[in-house]
Design a protein around this ligand. Structure first.
Ligand code: NDP
Length: 293
């Protein structure tokens, strides 16, 4: 069997087009333009690239973006002061503090300082807490895990009663992805670096989400025939055949696993494009929350 390839680029484009259409409809109805504020602390080149691509995506969707940069030497009070200013700014419906923050800054405190109604990354402890509780609804769900769920839905996965395995328990991907699957009534197993016999656990999975950051760790004989496999990993490995000398691979050995899985995301072109698409969707939601405040 060769798996259905889940085209994250196409699905993300569909989400972005819908956000752009909804934003245009807001403008036609005289409603405020959605606005995203980005906060970049320090000069990490990868973070600068991520922030730029988020701003570009905002512009394409008709969303305003307000870029703020602070030096790596910024104090906790300065960062939180900026967040407080953005909390109070009515043009801003979403605040994205680009992680990781430079050493010496308390990430938890910064994230907790973001207004719940503008927490478009979904990392505020109250939003995560609600995600973890039965019958509660967070205002926002973290973008990458939310994107994983959209990919599974679009591919036709059934959640209720399915065995779902999540590899990784990080705050930004593994744990929220696991909680989302639980909300959909999947039967859940979460694995991490101390889990025993990963291949056997993975073979029970009807839905497998890999978010470990280990190049091509998940092999074909770890995967149940027909399973839905979502590969969140982004790993750069050496490749002498490429001009750049390297290439990107996921946490799943794509070439062999696609012969066993029922559906699979490629890397690149799978989960990656969904993260920004979901950020745009969350920012639009922030504007809708402000309409009704
Ligand atoms: P973290 O390093 O924060 O977490 C990795 C998780 O994997 C941890 O829970 C860790 O276990 C677990 N783990 C590590 N090694 C093993 C192993 N050998 N066996 C089992 N579990 C293991 O990473 P992130 O969650 O931030 O990211 C994971 C991957 O996803 C990375 O490749 C990252 O680049 C990518 N990513 C992609 C995004 C996208 O937009 N596509 C967005 C965010 C991340 P323990 O808790 O015990 O340490």
């Amino acid at each position: 069997m060769t798996a259905q390839i889940i085209d994250g680029t196409a699905i993300a484009a569909k989400v972005r087009a819908q956000v752009a259409a909804d934003t245009a409809a807001r403008a036609a109805a005289g409603k405020p333009q959605p606005g995203l504020a980005t906060v970049l602390v320090g000069d990490n080149p990868a973070s600068q690239t991520y922030v730029k691509s988020k701003q570009k995506a905002c512009a394409e969707a008709g969303i305003a973006s307000f870029g703020h940069s602070l030096p790596a030497t910024a104090s906790q009070a300065e960062v939180q002061g900026l967040v407080a200013q953005l909390n109070a700014d009515p043009r801003v419906h979403g605040i994205l503090v680009q992680l990781p923050l430079p050493d010496g800054l308390d990430e938890e405190q910064v994230l907790a300082a973001i207004s719940l109604e503008k927490d478009v990354d979904g990392f505020h402890p109250i939003n995560i807490g609600r995600l973890a509780m039965k019958g509660r609804k967070p205002l926002f769900v973290p973008c990458t895990p939310a994107g994983c769920l959209v990919l599974l839905e679009e591919a036709g996965a059934k959640f209720r009663g399915a065995n779902a395995v999540v590899l990784g328990r990080s705050n930004i991907v593994g744990l929220p992805a696991a909680l989302l699957l639980l909300h959909r009534d999947a039967t859940l197993t979460v694995c991490h670096s101390r889990s025993a016999d990963l291949p056997a656990i993975c073979r029970t999975a009807d839905i497998l989400i890999a978010a470990v950051g280990r190049p091509e760790m998940v092999k074909a004989d770890w995967v149940k025939p027909g399973a839905y496999v979502i590969d969140v990993g982004i790993n750069r490995i050496p490749d002498a055949t490429r001009k750049s000398g390297s290439r990107l691979v996921g946490d799943v050995a794509y070439d062999e696993v696609k012969e066993v899985a029922g559906a699979i995301t490629p890397v690149p072109g799978g989960v990656g494009p969904m993260t920004i698409a979901m950020l745009l969707r969350n920012t639009l939601r922030g504007a809708e929350l402000a309409d009704n405040a």
